[in-house]
Design a protein around this ligand. Structure first.
Ligand code: UT7
Length: 320
């Protein structure tokens, strides 16, 4: 007897998007009242003017549920149509239950597969790749993909090397089958030799980052990952309509825009008033570009992310 495998559609595509931004706005001056920094330094070195910070009782799961509900509503699907939930996060306070299962329960989904994935800031791109593969192989038909973080919980607010950039939020996408692929192959990898550059270790509750080392890596190594993602999809960077980079630092973004030769394309610059929200940053930025009409349905966008590990991943997608 041989094991029978299901067959899936030709490809997968993003059907809808959703985001959630906490209501509390924290400007640079508020941070400068606590650590030795100032508005000008933060703007010039990171591009950030303000960020959103979740309320004390607001959890990663709460924000994930809000973003997921918006994406589900936009998809036109019923809750029962979702048969897999993948939640990317590295900042959930509770080890169990997983964020994916909490969201599934709160949205009344009908017994979907559900798991959390930690690939740090690259988590959403990893989760999107896993979702597309699950659909293409016939293991799932509609997947809810979430990136959600409450980095304020693991930020040392007395450490000016980190507290100036990190923030909170969530983004989500519903992914479904497609005759013509709307999610390209993923170019992913990790550089374990640099896994000490961003850490949150043992009993230390806080995230630690060797910022300049990560900055150097991103500005020298990430463009090749972006070009590879385009090549895997049979495209060049000139074929893109938009670049949606992990919103880590505006100077990293500007460097990538030059390296990838996409100056004339739509560039997500969500970091300016959102900060760095790790796995949530790409779906949040993509949702906002779409909601504001800055990108249109069918546009080709390169998603490109990197973070702790160092993990990295990129893929070309069609905007829903
Ligand atoms: O999302 C996950 C991936 N993470 C990233 O991509 C983060 C990448 N790294 C960065 O974004 C940047 O490295 C930071 C924004 C974190 C720091 O910017 P930088 O330009 O690399 O600054 P630096 O750490 O090299 O510090 C430059 C100077 C130093 O002073 P001296 O030695 O030149 O006198 C620091 O002490 O700026 C000083 N400094 C600050 N001054 C005011 C460092 N942090 C601050 C601060 N305010 N917050």
């Amino acid at each position: 007897m041989s094991i029978v495998l299901p067959s899936g559609p030709a490809g997968a595509r993003i059907l809808s998007l959703g985001d959630y931004r906490p209501t509390r706005v924290v400007g640079n001056d508020e941070i400068a009242r606590r650590v030795d920094t100032n508005d000008q330094w933060i703007r010039e070195r990171t591009g950030i003017i303000e960020r959103r910070i979740a309320g004390d009782s607001e959890s990663v799961a709460d924000m994930a549920t809000e973003a997921a509900a918006k994406a589900l509503a936009g998809s036109g699907l019923a809750a029962a149509d979702i048969d897999l939930v993948i939640a990317a996060t590295c900042s959930a306070q509770d080890r169990l239950p997983g964020i994916g299962t909490v969201v599934a329960g709160r949205l009344g989904l009908d017994a979907p597969g559900a798991y959390d994935l930690n690939a740090a800031c690259a988590g959403f791109c990893y989760a999107l790749a896993a979702a597309a593969d699950a659909i293409r192989t016939g293991n799932a038909r509609h997947v809810l993909v979430i990136g959600a973080e409450k980095l304020s919980d693991i930020t040392d607010w007395d450490d000016r090397a980190t507290c100036i950039i990190f923030a909170d939020g969530a983004g989500a996408a519903v992914v479904g089958p497609a005759d013509s692929p709307g999610i390209g192959p993923v170019a992913w990898g990790s550089d374990g030799g640099r896994n000490d550059t961003i850490t949150c270790l043992g009993t230390d509750p806080y995230l630690r980052m060797a910022g300049p080392a990560v900055f150097r890596w991103a500005t020298t190594s990430l463009a090749a990952v972006g070009r590879r993602a385009c090549e895997l999809a049979g495209l060049g960077t000139r074929d893109l309509d938009a670049l949606i980079l992990h919103q880590a630092n505006l100077r990293i973004l500007d460097s990538l825009v030059r390296s990838l030769d996409v100056r004339d394309k739509v560039i997500a610059r969500d970091i300016v008033d959102t900060g760095n929200t790790s796995a949530a940053s790409i779906p949040m930025a993509m949702t906002r570009l779409k909601d504001r009409g800055e990108i249109a349905s069918g546009d080709l966008a390169l998603l490109l992310a990197f973070g702790g590990g160092l993990t990295y991943a990129g893929q070309v997608v069609r905007i829903p």
